[in-house]
Ligand binder design. Structure first.
Ligand code: GDP
Length: 213
């Protein structure tokens, strides 16, 4: 069974001291509100309502943990972070995001990789760039340009190249990946699922590889 389809809700973390202490590898999903993050998580895990977006901006300022692996053995966590970037969100909400999700991204040893979801029609926003800046160089990063069905193939490819160039400038030498994704026609979903599963299976950069079976 594909690893991500085993995803089930694990816990909600509203403050840093509640983060799991079991050392299990984590992959975080980040993106501005409405980027299509919840939809993408559901497509990747082949579930209808595993993750759901809060319709009220900034309402769910918490990290939602989903575990993957056999029922009796957690192999990794998918961590859904609150959407950001609502211009109308109160300053307090922005502060909460920085204090919880921002600090989590910057200082979480078991964080193997970050998936940044961005609407292909917008490309990377200032806020996305600031967030990318927070991801440690040793943590892997994939940018999924969502809703690719909304643009022509040529337009989508142009954004793909632009974002690839931005990443190469921001994180030189990092093996980041950028891909086009559509929940509507599922393009890019197998590719993104493989990236995430690979991060979970290979563990943390620099950590010993699991013994070959
Ligand atoms: P979130 O706030 O980032 O979790 O965003 P959602 O997953 O709730 O998606 C925001 C809106 O975009 C919803 O109306 C989705 O139906 C729509 N959406 C998400 N992914 C796609 C996609 O790949 N294609 C299209 N056309 N719409 C999408």
């Amino acid at each position: 069974m594909p690893l991500l389809t085993t995803a089930r809700f694990h816990t909600t973390v509203a403050a840093l001291h509640q983060l799991p202490r079991d050392g299990v590898v984590e992959v975080a999903f980040v993106g501005r509100s409405n980027a299509g993050k919840s939809t993408a998580i559901n497509v990747l895990c082949n579930r209808r309502r595993l993750a759901f977006s809060s319709r009220t901006p900034g309402r769910t300022q918490a990290l939602n943990y989903f575990s993957v692996g056999p029922a009796d053995r957690v192999l990794g966590y998918l961590v859904d972070t609150p959407g950001y970037g609502y211009a109308s969100a109160p300053l307090e909400t922005k502060h909460t995001w920085d204090q919880l999700a921002g600090r989590y991204l910057q200082d979480r040893p078991q964080l193997a990789g970050v998936v940044l979801l961005a609407d292909v029609r917008r490309g990377l926003t200032e806020r996305d760039l600031r967030l990318i800046d927070w991801v440690p160089p040793s943590t892997r990063l994939a940018v999924a340009l969502t809703k690719s069905d909304k643009l022509s193939r040529e337009q989508a490819r142009r954004t793909l190249r632009t974002v690839g160039a931005e990443l190469a400038r921001l994180r030189p030498g990092a093996a980041d990946s950028v891909l086009l994704f559509s929940a509507l026609n599922r393009s890019g979903s197998d590719e993104l699922a493989r990236v995430v599963e690979n991060w979970i299976e290979t563990g943390l950069p620099g950590s010993p590889q699991p013994p070959a079976a």
